[in-house]
Ligand binder design. Structure first.
Ligand SMILES: [Zn+2]
Length: 393
């Protein structure tokens, strides 16, 4: 089956009018057609600016489908729930432009961790074709520092040295990313083990000093769980994990770009410090995302959502976000990030973290995972291989 997609294509280094030939679910050909629209430079400045906004005739913005490596649920569906919940989550995410994802568990009771892993593994082969595609799963906990636990249940925290090793062994198949505070007993050994078997250790929920954080990356830590959240900030006398993450060119960093978790004034600091291919937009979305204000539970703790902000009930502790990656891309573009860079942080970069070279960019030979956006960067249609799924209002 052959389809031709025309629009302003978000490519690796800019936005250009052009067309994509899709054959049997894969991108067969990408042709930039600069004559079909405004100069490439105008569109490349981002759709939110006046330059690229009303350029008529060139069609919608077409970006690679988003890849969310850190998401706890969406649309009322919980990643730690049953197969129906996982399917509901996948379908809700797809309608926000997310074509690949890792169902992510918060800190669970020890015995529940392998059960979560087994549920995701059993569900994956039959995951719905009209949902975001699961690429494995992510464990955020239990190896978190008690002083940087955030919205995780303190009674459930463990150290790599202190946990029953069969719990870890039974959870490895399908595990793609796991948060580890590098300063805990046994963490460096576990990070080394993960590096050797291709699991991305994500340093985070940590009170590490700069030296401890550096040791974590040196041991093989590949990425960083939501930079600035649940770790020290940029303290010029006592740098910690955030500074180590920002100054290590190999380390990926996750950013929750909802405007609540990290003030937008810090976003340019992150973008300037990190190589462009090392920034990951993640939603860290709660199961309640997309459901408006109200109350929910995550990992046994009660959470209140008000005005797009989710906190542990009665506290100011952020419990996660209620956005999806389309909002993160829109927020980044609005704050001055070039559109192609914001999109790469939500597609090519997380795909590269997962070694998923078959997706994440508009390039011949990759899967036709595409998202069509209007001039305000709202999702209009999504393609996961074949045929468009139209998103309602
Ligand atoms: Zn999380």
């Amino acid at each position: 089956m052959r389809e031709v997609v025309v629009g302003r294509l978000v490519l690796a280094d800019g936005v250009v009018p052009g067309r994509i030939v899709v054959e049997d679910g894969w991108i067969a050909e990408v042709a930039a057609e600069p004559d079909a629209g405004p100069p490439a430079g105008a569109a490349a400045r981002g759709s939110m600016g006046s330059a690229g906004r009303r350029d008529g005739g060139a069609g919608p913005i077409v970006a690679p489908g988003f890849v969310d490596v850190h998401v706890h649920g969406w649309g009322g569906h919980d990643a730690t729930g049953d197969a129906d919940a996982l399917s509901g989550m996948a379908r809700a995410l797809l309608r926000r432009g997310v074509t690949s994802f890792l169902p992510t568990a918060p800190t669970l009771p020890e015995a529940e961790i392998p059960r979560f892993a087994e549920r995701v593994r059993a569900w994956m082969p039959g995951a719905p074709a009209d949902g975001a595609e699961p690429l494995g799963f992510n464990l955020e906990g239990p190896f978190l520092a008690p002083t940087r636990k955030g919205a995780h249940d303190p009674d459930l925290l463990r150290t790599p040295a202190g946990i029953d090793p069969t719990i870890v062994d039974a959870s490895l198949d399908g595990l793609r990313v796991m948060t580890i505070a590098p300063e805990l007993p046994g963490s460096l050994e576990l990070i080394e083990r993960f590096a050797a078997i291709g699991i991305a250790a994500s340093l985070g929920h940590s009170a590490a000093t700069f030296a401890e954080a550096r040791a974590g990356y040196r041991a093989g830590g590949r990425t960083t769980t939501h930079i600035f959240n649940a770790m020290s900030g940029v303290d010029h006398r006592a740098p910690g994990l955030a500074v180590a993450a920002l100054t290590d060119d190999d380390a990926y960093v996750e950013l929750i770009a909802d405007g609540h978790h990290v003030h937008p004034a810090l976003w340019p600091l992150i973008r300037r410090a990190k190589p462009a291919d090392r920034l990951l937009l993640v939603s860290d979305a709660l199961p309640f995302a997309g459901m408006g204000d109200g109350r929910t539970r995550i990992g046994g703790l009660e959470v209140e959502v008000r005005d797009g902000r989710a906190t542990l009930l009665g506290t100011e502790t952020l419990a996660g976000s209620v956005i999806a990656l389309d909002s993160a891309v829109r927020n980044m573009a609005r704050e001055g990030t070039p559109l192609h860079a914001a999109v790469a942080a939500a597609s090519a970069n997380p795909a590269a973290l997962l070694d998923a070279a078959d997706r994440g960019a508009i390039e011949a030979g990759r899967r036709a995972h595409l998202v069509e956006l209007d001039d305000d960067l709202r999702v209009c249609r999504v393609m996961r291989g074949t045929g468009w799924i139209t998103v309602e209002g």
